[in-house]
Design a binder for this molecule. Structure first.
Ligand code: ZN
Length: 353
């Protein structure tokens, strides 16, 4: 046996011994990052530069994050199976050309899977800022996943009424985007990213009946107890592109609560006076006193302490009425015996016709 073969055998044996001695910790959740433009010249609120994006991917690589295929992660979570520790999935909304030009080479350098949520009208209209169908087909051949972001990227729930006509028009929009994706690129998972992360209870229910999974833009990770028609993602561009704050989010775990019991996210100021809205949270476990004392919600730039009804139930609302448009309640709490945090977020839409 040559020295190199011996060395190889030694490495093999020690690697096996190591893996037996320290079994990989597995995770029950995946944190999902949300990007739009990867471009230094597009609106900052939804952009980060190619250099910043490269920095994020390098950080994931260096810190041992496992960038996983979103579909595989969803399948494992729904089947009650474990994911690799430090699982992260990458998503891009809007199918901008800069994803093809600037993000793909970086994703392929690390062999990272990713999903692009496509609003199909700009592709059909050959918008210069968007990818073409040829690029999207190529992206899919190279291992990307494409999913639904409606045809026209309209505000789905900023409408005068939520009657049957509204629901039918909205579902037609979603189904025709799904059809365009399938006609042009083949099989497409039934995943909808709501434009602007805006949805209401009626739309969620209709999508559930039609077998769709829904993605919002409230921050957080996905676990078995998530609301599958309102899955969270961590926005990671613009004001959220700073690695210092992103690090905390990447290390966080979804707060184990009953997300499906969350109230309506749209407050119509002409029809109800529930502004600021109240978020009622049912924890899935009884929280220890020390942990309960440390749950904090960050709303309109200030930290608020929730009101605990008992060991499992608490409520939070903003100290004053939320402004028109979108706002978020972001809540964290320490995880017992760990250095990282549970994370929970709810987005609200304060809407006046
Ligand atoms: Zn979008």
């Amino acid at each position: 046996m040559t020295f190199s073969a011996l060395r190889h055998l030694f490495l093999l044996v020690s690697a096996t011994a190591l893996s037996l001695a320290t079994p990989l910790h597995a995770a029950q959740h995946v944190n999902v990052l949300l990007y739009h433009h990867v471009n230094a010249d597009t609106p900052r609120s939804t952009s980060l530069s190619p250099e910043e994006f490269a920095g994020h991917m390098a950080y994931l690589h260096e810190q041992g994050y496992q960038v996983v295929d979103l579909g595989e992660a969803i399948d494992l979570i729904q089947a009650g199976q474990e994911l690799p520790e430090k699982s992260v999935a990458i998503t891009f909304d809007d199918a901008w050309r800069s994803i093809y030009d600037n993000a793909l080479p970086i994703m392929e350098k690390y062999d990272y899977p990713y999903t692009v949520f496509v609003n199909t009208d700009p592709i059909d209209e050959r918008n210069k800022m968007s990818m073409t169908w040829d690029m999207l087909r190529e992206l899919k051949q190279r291992g990307g996943t494409l999913a639904n972001h409606t045809t026209d990227h309209d505000y789905l729930v900023r409408k005068p009424t939520y009657d049957q006509d509204w629901l039918q028009r909205t579902l037609d929009n979603i189904e025709s985007a799904q059809q365009r994706l399938e006609d042009e690129t083949g099989d497409t998972p039934k995943w909808l990213a709501y434009p602007y992360g805006e949805y209401n209870l009626q739309l969620k229910q209709a999508l559930k009946e039609r077998g769709y999974i829904g993605f919002g833009q409230q921050s957080g990770g996905i676990a078995a107890f998530s609301d599958w028609q309102a899955l969270p993602r961590f926005p990671a561009a613009g004001p959220y592109s700073n690695l210092k704050t992103l690090k905390l989010k990447l290390a966080s775990q979804p707060m184990p609560v009953d997300y499906q019991a969350f109230a309506e996210t749209v407050v119509r100021v002409d029809q109800d006076d529930s502004n600021p809205p109240v978020l009622s949270v049912n924890m899935l476990n009884q929280e220890k006193k020390g942990v309960r004392d440390q749950v904090r919600c960050f709303i309109l730039g200030s930290a608020e302490t929730p009101d605990w009804q008992d060991k499992q139930h608490w409520q939070i609302s903003a100290a004053k009425a939320l402004p028109a448009g979108r706002s978020r309640y972001n809540c964290t709490s320490p995880i017992w015996g760990q250095s990282n945090y549970y994370w929970l977020s709810q987005q609200w839409l304060i809407y006046q016709e």
